[in-house]
Design a binder for this molecule. Structure first.
Ligand code: 13P
Ligand code: SF4
Length: 354
């Protein structure tokens, strides 16, 4: 839907008043009405780097979800302030791994006698606490665009990886990108005693996958891939690696949001694409590339917005920008010092990956 012209004008005015003091970052899943005000758009990896590269901005307004704003705070200097326009913009996947659960898991691995062989690799989509745990235990963060390099690095440091919290990204990367067998993976369920796996299974596994998933990408099914191939002969199926393994295995291409955009930019006129990722992005791409004769459809017919990404809407953005312009710091995301120190270690290992 078109944005309210009054709100558009107010956002523009507040941003102009703030000038160089503010830098607005927008994740690709954000609404059109919000993304139009982003100084930079990107996937999780690009936005983390952009945040770190803006030392002159007093305020970073993060149009995305809570874990992204936390990561930006960790990577910026102490006098820079990161603002999340709606504090309720969380991520259900990040919530699937709490600090207590992960500490308990580490105890299980210690009792099984394997903790010293295990290197944690945590997906960006996790709380600062989980990133700090990862840093403390010699591990790295990864995003969907560097998960393979992160795993390769981790297997140079140790024999096993504990992959948190997205089992699908972990399995897809291990099996599809690194040629491991699905049998090399076990799933650790934080809601079951001992993770619901035997000590023997833990000892035999190379990849210990946390039982977390994305509630948006988890909805794409093998049926949706088969259906779209039947409906649109010659279609290219392109999905995000947070999709289930059977979906990724049936797709033609797999990659992060930034990868998806680049693939469509490079696609020839007349090509047909079914995209398995969040709907705001797919719609924007369908509109953008239609004039070039590229047919882009959503992989599944069920509506698939990320409800927490969508919480950042134009009224929230206007409120945040106007507050800052009036000198009121609202919705600051600030990670405590101790957590930040170790989380930063893990994030910097990611930024240093070859
Ligand atoms: P990327 O932007 O890194 O592909 O991540 C997708 C996502 O789910 C972010 O929440
Ligand atoms: Fe979290 Fe999935 Fe939404 Fe990304 S799309 S923010 S992983 S719930």
């Amino acid at each position: 839907s078109p944005s309210d012209p009054d709100l558009v004008e107010r956002a523009r005015a507040a941003k102009a008043k703030l000038g160089d003091k503010v830098f607005v970052l927008g994740h690709h899943y954000q609404r059109d009405e919000v993304i139009q005000f982003a100084d930079v758009t990107g996937d999780s990896f690009k936005l983390a780097r952009e945040a770190a590269a803006r030392p002159e901005a007093e305020y970073i307004v993060f149009c995305g979800v809570h874990f992204m704003a936390e990561s930006a705070d960790i990577l910026t200097s102490d006098d820079q302030k990161v603002v999340l326009p709606d504090l309720a913009a969380g991520c259900s996947m990040a919530d699937m791994a709490t600090a207590e659960q992960v500490a308990e898991c580490w105890d299980v691995l210690t009792e099984a006698g394997i903790a010293q062989q295990v290197v944690p690799v945590s997906y960006m989509n996790s709380s600062a606490d989980i990133k700090a745990f990862t840093g403390r235990h010699g591990g790295t963060i990864c995003t969907s665009s560097n998960a393979k390099r992160a795993l390769e690095w981790a297997f140079q440091q140790g024999e096993k990886v504990l992959f948190l919290p997205d089992q699908h990204l972990g399995r897809n990367t291990a099996v599809r990108d690194m040629g491991m067998s699905p049998a090399d993976c076990v799933v650790y369920n934080p809601h079951k005693p001992g993770g619901g796996v035997s000590v023997d299974e833990l000892r035999a596994a190379k990849m210990i996958l946390w039982r977390g998933h994305c509630s948006v990408h988890g909805r794409f099914s093998l049926d949706s891939v088969n259906d779209v191939r039947e409906r649109i002969p010659g279609v290219n199926v392109l999905v995000h690696p947070e999709c289930k393994h059977e979906v990724v295995a049936a797709a033609d291409h797999v990659g992060s949001t930034e990868y998806i955009i680049k693939a469509l930019e490079a696609a020839p006129a007349g090509s047909k694409w079914a995209i398995g990722t969040e709907l705001n992005l797919v719609r924007r791409l369908a509109n953008r590339f239609a004039p070039e004769g590229k047919e882009i459809v959503f992989l599944d017919k069920t509506v698939c917005f990320c409800s927490t990404m969508n919480r950042i809407d134009l009224p929230h953005l206007v409120w945040a920008l106007e507050s800052l312009a009036e000198g009121n710091l609202v919705n600051r995301i600030q990670v405590d010092k101790e957590t930040e120190t170790y989380a930063k270690l893990a994030l910097e290992r990611m930024l240093a990956l070859p």
